[in-house]
Design a protein around this ligand. Sequence first.
Ligand SMILES: Nc1nc2c(ncn2[C@@H]2O[C@H](COP(=O)(O)OP(=O)(O)OP(=O)(O)O)[C@@H](O)[C@H]2O)c(=O)[nH]1
Ligand SMILES: [Mg+2]
Length: 226
Amino acid sequence: MAKKITIALAGNPNSGKTTIFNNLTGSRQHVGNWPGVTVEKKEGSLKYKDYEIKVVDLPGTYSLTAYSLDEVVARNFVVEERPDVVVDIVDASNLERNLYLTTQFMELGVRLVIALNMSDRAEESGHKIDTKKLSELLGVPVVSTIGHKNRGMDELLQAIVDVADGKFDRGNVTPRYGEEIEEEIRKIEELIQRDAGLMQRYAPRWIAIKLLEGDEEVTKKVTGEK
Ligand SMILES: Nc1nc2c(ncn2[C@@H]2O[C@H](COP(=O)(O)OP(=O)(O)OP(=O)(O)O)[C@@H](O)[C@H]2O)c(=O)[nH]1
Ligand SMILES: [Mg+2]
């Protein structure tokens, strides 16, 4: 029996998500809309080893705040639908800016794989990225890809199923914010842990940070307000 998993392709705008989506799913895809909004939703599927993988192409976002419709769509999918693995398609030629979103996924506590896409461009501009080191630092598998040349797709799929299988057990690497803020995060986390319903659905640390940021959507989830 094939193991069924769902993966989401996320990343900054123009990082190569749809190119990789097309490489992975070929003609097995369909396009619709995200419920309630006119943002395009692409879904597809493929078989890899004994996996049947459903792939969802998320809108491009720079962060997971809820400032734009694209961000809300991407964030809600990841938080509410809980794909088995989030594949963060990173533009390797713009690493620092792209890794901001990566840290947000780490904070959410999702199972993550990083595709260092556009690695051809990074190299052209003289950057050689040590993927092994980056993977160690982040506690996440990192695979070099060149989307429009269809390079690195097998390695990417292997990393995805490894993570789905729990074979890549990332260390507890999450961004830290200094003692003062960490103290407040701890206090809020303690309160959240008393709410079984919330606990089941979201990483308490993530909720605590969003509450400190004054995130309206998350505040509504916590207060139960519609
Ligand atoms: N040089 C280079 N170009 C790439 C690579 N991968 C994709 N591209 C090109 O980059 C452009 C953007 O790719 P898309 O796949 O549309 O990017 P996207 O992330 O889906 O963009 P949005 O959906 O708008 O956020 C296209 O012209 C691709 O052909 C790569 O690895 N190297
Ligand atoms: Mg796209």
